[in-house]
Write a protein that binds this ligand. Structure first.
Ligand SMILES: [Zn+2]
Ligand SMILES: [Zn+2]
Ligand SMILES: [Zn+2]
Length: 109
């Protein structure tokens, strides 16, 4: 039996809305949408074997998110070019920071 879940601030940077979930309603939608749209390029999702290798190596070398220290689940291409697998272009990120990163892409446009 769980006690009433306390409300806390939306996880979205700068948002002060209170929510019982991770994000307030509008941000939840924004985050989901952005995540769908950017579930990674085919390469980020691990389609080709070179990338699979690079990705595994990177996650082994940097198993924690380079922004928040949480467990990293994917490797992000800083320059958005999925073919640029040079070490300095790769960043281990947790899901949330990866989504945030790509949401910023959309709003920058
Ligand atoms: Zn919010
Ligand atoms: Zn993170
Ligand atoms: Zn990415």
């Amino acid at each position: 039996m769980s006690p009433m879940r306390a409300k806390h601030q939306c996880n979205y940077q700068g948002c002060k809305a209170l929510t019982i979930e991770r994000f307030c309603e509008p941000h939840k939608k924004a985050v989901e949408k952005a995540y769908d749209a950017t579930r990674g390029t085919a390469a980020e999702r691990g389609y080709n074997s070179t990338w699979a290798k690079v990705r595994t190596m990177k996650l082994n070398a940097d198993p924690l998110c380079e922004r928040c220290g949480y467990v990293a689940v994917l490797v992000h291409h800083k320059d958005r070019n999925p073919r640029n697998n040079r070490e300095e272009n790769l960043e281990s990120l947790c899901k949330e920071d990866h989504v945030k990163e790509h949401i910023q892409d959309r709003w920058r446009r």
